[in-house]
Design a protein around this ligand. Structure first.
Ligand SMILES: Cc1cc2nc3c(=O)[nH]c(=O)nc-3n(C[C@H](O)[C@H](O)[C@H](O)COP(=O)(O)OP(=O)(O)OC[C@H]3O[C@@H](n4cnc5c(N)ncnc54)[C@H](O)[C@@H]3O)c2cc1C
Length: 412
């Protein structure tokens, strides 16, 4: 395992840092967050502007091929850029799904005309895309999705879509979405699906934001009521929707697997230093120091796992189980241990929100509320554990009673 950059990586890191110094403000503290008090619309506008600036400088899509406006860089370079960016106050990245998942599947499966029209505007932050896969009855097993696309019978060359999606991240701000539908219920579940892209303002598409416990609305329910989609917006062959989706999902781990906020244990240590406990500082209390040590050891262990996975990526190898295991542990480590500690340090004031505590509390609040979602997004803990069990430990796979059975015979 390499802890240090190779000479090329060190040069790239210095370039990124120099560009960021010129274009963004360095954080005064590791737990500082961008855009306090800004409305969601302002954050979207800031995110678009930042994506555009990064794209103009060659950092907008580091791993994309040069032919599509990317840098042709390595996953390791992407990670280096994100590590460096983590030290600066920059807008939230709302383009992770567009740049990391949807558009890469257009590279492979869409026509030249579609790519020529859509890749550039997404790269430069002009158009945001969302991913319309999950449904109320299909999440871990997307093979069970029921949103229907049926050929038009009125002479138009297109399809009529009906159904419901859920969990659609940033659907309310997106101009376009990639939607997976069922076009043939008479064949096994993964064979009868087809992908389309849709403009989110097409008549019949209704986007309903879901209000989360944090008060934010990052994701949505999306309803399709007799939505007409021309056949030119089909992506890939009829029945090849699962193949198109796999291309996006294969890119997902790097797209959404962020680099942990750096030095979170230092944030906890500073909180302990200033929090009063039993007439002194919380740092003087042995039990509290044990909790800080637990946070540090877990965070460091996670960092070592990620470093191993990234070393494999940097050497052009597929990472082994490290990234799956870090997916399972990354929610509990910084997202549960740190906010629990921070809340306990505040004693009875721990139940108050950032409105009362002040902006410094926003990171704790967002980690606290975000932890549950981190255990679900990109594969739930149980699904990732199943995959570690089967692919790493060689345990017998789960029994599959649906193999080869037509989709319409699976419905109860
Ligand atoms: C923050 C966030 C953002 C998201 N963004 C998007 C998005 O933009 N687009 C999109 O399409 N989706 C998105 N999702 C949806 C996400 O992909 C699904 O929530 C996820 O795949 C789980 O599906 P589900 O919620 O339907 O749960 P289910 O699949 O119904 O699972 C329910 C429970 O059963 C368990 N379970 C299911 N199957 C098994 C099994 N075989 N073995 C053991 N346990 C099992 C699960 O672990 C879970 O605990 C997002 C989710 C989150 C949290």
């Amino acid at each position: 395992m390499d802890f240090n950059d190779s000479p090329e990586e060190a040069t790239f890191r210095a370039e990124c840092r120099a560009w960021l110094e010129l274009n963004a403000k360095r954080k005064a503290r590791a737990d500082q967050t961008f855009g306090q008090g800004q409305s969601p619309e302002q954050l979207v506008a800031a995110s678009r502007e930042w994506q555009g600036r990064k794209a103009a400088a060659g950092y907008g899509a580091i791993t994309w091929p040069e032919a599509f406006g990317g840098r042709g860089g390595t996953p390791m370079q992407e990670v280096i850029y994100r590590e460096e960016e983590g030290h600066f106050e920059v807008p939230p990245n709302m383009f992770a799904v567009s740049i990391g998942m949807v558009i890469p599947s257009l590279f492979v499966h869409a026509s030249d005309e579609v790519r020529a029209r859509h890749v550039g505007p997404a790269l430069h932050g002009e158009e945001l895309w969302c991913q319309l896969l999950s449904e109320p009855g299909a999440g871990s097993d997307l093979g069970m999705l029921r949103t229907r696309a049926e050929r038009c019978t009125d002479g138009r060359d297109g399809w009529i879509l009906n159904g419901q999606k859920v969990w659609t991240t940033y659907g309310q701000f997106s101009q376009f979405g990639m939607v997976l539908t069922r076009t043939n219920p008479n064949v096994p579940k993964f064979e009868g699906m087809t992908s389309f892209f849709v403009a989110m303002d097409t008549p019949g598409i209704e986007v309903c934001p879901i209000r989360q416990a944090s008060g934010e609305s990052e994701f949505n329910e999306v309803f399709f009521n007799d939505v007409f989609v021309p056949d030119s917006q089909r992506v890939g062959a009829e029945g090849a929707g699962w193949k198109v989706t796999l291309t996006a999902l294969m890119n997902e781990r790097l797209a959404i697997g962020g680099v942990m906020p750096p030095d979170l244990w230092r944030t906890a240590a500073e909180m302990m230093r200033v929090a009063p406990l039993n007439g002194g500082s919380a740092m003087a209390d042995g039990r509290m120091r044990e909790r800080l040590a637990e946070l540090y050891m877990n965070a460091h262990g996670l960092w070592l796992l990620q470093a191993r996975g990234l070393t494999a990526l940097g050497k052009g190898r597929e990472p082994g189980p490290e990234l799956s295991i870090s997916k399972i542990t990354s929610a509990p480590v910084p997202c549960r241990i740190l906010p629990h500690l921070a809340i306990d340090l505040q004693a009875e004031r721990g139940v108050l929100a950032a409105q009362e505590h002040g902006d410094d509390w926003r990171l704790i609040e967002s980690l606290w509320f975000g932890a549950a979602g981190m255990r679900i997004a990109g594969g739930t803990d149980e699904i990732v554990k199943n995959s570690v069990g089967e692919r790493v430990l060689g345990l017998p796979p789960e029994p599959r009673t649906d193999k080869g059975v037509p989709f319409n015979q699976l419905l109860s």
